[in-house]
Design a protein around this ligand. Structure first.
Ligand code: HEM
Length: 228
């Protein structure tokens, strides 16, 4: 009885700490999962880069030099992103955060423009359309994040950076999902639909993640105003 009343009467401060630790745990779990998925993608999709007997080497051979800036730009954004999103790192190393932010935006700009060019000269029509839309979304999110911070709007900056990173992670999530046997059985013709679904879901879940605290986290702002 004493225990249950202690739980019910948990102070707002300890409730906040509990929520914060749960959120941090979830974020660490998500980034660890992303790291494991990235290793899987390196082995499953990208080993043609060193194994030239792999059929993918023949497929990518005509655009091999275009893939280098595209891949390096995307990889820069993929690796820098988690560090940029860490509040602890950001507050401790503001200068490094700004420099790496420049590399992040530059990486996305290079990867998105090169990706669009590669799609134009090399990819199938459905993949081409998907690439253009994704590239525009990717650039829009990253450049809006930059414009927000230049205006001193840090909340918008954080939110647009998170949205841009959701698009960045598509490189990993798309290849993992397309490798799932049940999805593979749908055939190569279904991959464009799978990619569109992933793009929409990534953006919707990101919006949900950004909004959940203001929806479920505490008292709505209007009630707080009314109560005070
Ligand atoms: C972390 C970010 C990214 C990295 C590291 C990356 C890297 C690569 C690599 C290594 C390839 C060749 C091997 C493969 O397809 O697996 C590739 C292909 C390609 N990527 Fe990316 N990419 C990234 C994000 C994107 C995004 C967001 C787009 C869309 C805007 C895109 C568009 C393309 C296109 C169109 C191809 C050629 C596919 C084909 O013709 O079959 N990439 N990318």
């Amino acid at each position: 009885m004493a225990t249950s009343s202690a739980v019910v009467a948990r102070r707002p401060q300890s409730r906040f700490k509990y929520a914060l630790f749960s959120l941090l745990g979830l974020i660490y779990a998500l980034f660890s999962l992303l790291g494991l998925m990235f290793l899987f993608v390196l082995w499953n999709n990208e080993r043609f880069i060193i194994d030239h007997a792999h059929p993918d080497w023949t497929y990518y051979f005509p655009v091999r030099y275009l893939l280098i800036p595209h891949g390096l730009g995307g990889l820069t954004a993929l690796l820098i992103g988690p560090l940029q999103l860490s509040s602890r790192f950001r507050t401790k190393h503001v200068r490094v955060h700004r420099i790496m932010g420049g590399f992040y935006i530059g990486g996305i700009t290079l990867a998105a423009t090169m990706g669009s060019y590669i799609a134009t000269v090399h990819s199938s029509a459905p993949l081409r359309v998907f690439t253009y839309v994704t590239a525009i979304t990717w650039l829009l999110c990253a450049w809006t994040a930059l414009a927000s911070v230049l205006k001193g709007n840090y909340q918008q900056h954080r939110q647009w950076m998170i949205r841009s990173y959701a698009v960045t992670t598509l490189f990993v999530t798309a290849r993992v999902v397309l490798a799932v046997p049940i999805i593979q059985r749908l055939g190569a013709g279904a991959s464009a639909q799978v990619l569109w679904t992933l793009l929409v879901l990534s953006l919707v879940f990101t919006e949900f993640g950004l909004a959940w605290r203001s929806i479920f986290g505490g008292r709505p702002a209007s009630r707080v105003v009314a109560a005070s």
